[in-house]
Design a protein around this ligand. Structure first.
Ligand code: CO8
Length: 262
């Protein structure tokens, strides 16, 4: 267990760190206090080698996160809005670039900042009850926590623009069809499936998993030549790990690898 928060729950269990956004009365809407706590938790997680995989979910039956807190944004000036957007973007960038893989277990509404937070995670698993959307234009604003950038990168420009311009909500099946989520499961199985995937990732060579994440995240912002050059460097680094020796020795000895994360 790490530091206590007011708007987040955090639990550690066998290498899995479980973050629950916990403002169920406001459908887990992200206010400034919640974002600050998430920022602090990401700083802690980045230094915590005992957490190998992170899961993010929302508290209660209804919502993952129903967006940024509209009552807090309502009186903002242009400068305050810009600063608020920059803060949220910085927190989501931190989450996206945590060394550990992060799985979003989307249990309900993932709207606005909630959809944007899910997109800053590495993998999205949705409950059949989940709903996704970027309804900002219905409020007179654009997405401000990365939505205009991460959505087209995930689902393509045309589909992203339709969601951004109409503000329409889509259900989990449609989110799966357009590639916004990796899989859809019955609500009661959501956390079991997310933990099962986390456990599978945990059974793999941890340094190699983290380097896969770094190579994808860094490489997506590079041209192909630079990206594959970066890949060659992280690939080489793996040969300095005990887990590479163990993984390949286990293969030649026809046994299961026993990784230590070193
Ligand atoms: N902010 C604050 N409070 C919220 C929010 C929110 N985003 N969403 C829900 N709530 C509150 C409601 O006000 C309500 O409170 P109360 O009980 O005190 O009246 C409570 O949560 C329950 O909500 P509802 O009664 O509305 O529940 P329904 O089941 O009727 O509806 C919906 C559920 C459809 C999810 C509905 O609540 C809704 O439309 N919520 C707003 C969704 C939305 O528009 N989200 C996008 C917000 S904008 C955004 O995220 C931009 C991010 C980037 C900003 C960067 C700026 C620079």
């Amino acid at each position: 267990m790490m530091g206590q928060f007011e708007n987040l729950l955090f639990e550690k269990d066998n290498g899995i760190g479980m973050i629950t956004i916990n403002r169920p009365k406001a459908l887990n809407a992200l206010n400034g206090a919640t974002l600050s706590e998430l920022d602090a938790l990401c700083d802690q997680l980045a230094k915590d080698n005992s957490v190998k995989v992170v899961i993010v979910t929302g508290s209660g039956e209804k919502a993952f996160i129903a967006g940024a807190d509209i009552t807090e944004m309502q009186p903002m000036s242009a400068v305050e809005g810009r600063n608020w957007g920059k803060f949220g973007q910085a927190v989501f960038n931190k989450l996206e670039n945590l060394p550990q893989p992060v799985i979003a277990a989307v249990n309900g509404f993932a709207l606005g900042g909630g959809c944007e937070l899910a997109m800053a995670c590495d993998i999205r698993i949705a409950s059949e009850k989940a709903k996704f959307g970027q309804p900002e234009v219905t409020l007179g604003i654009t997405p401000g926590f990365g939505g205009t950038q991460r959505l087209p990168r995930l689902v393509g420009k045309g589909r992203a623009k339709e969601l951004l311009y109409t503000g329409d909500m889509i259900d989990a099946a449609e989110a799966y069809r357009i590639g916004l989520v990796n899989k859809v499961v019955p609500p009661e199985e959501l956390l079991t499936v997310a933990k099962g995937m986390a456990a599978k990732i945990l059974s793999r060579a941890a340094v190699a998993v983290q380097l896969c994440k770094a190579a994808v995240n860094e490489g997506m912002d590079m041209d192909l030549d630079s990206g594959v050059a970066y890949e060659a460097e992280v690939f080489g680094l793996c040969f300095a790990t005990a887990d590479q020796k163990e993984g390949m020795t286990a293969f030649t000895e026809k046994r299961k690898a026993n990784f230590t994360g070193k």
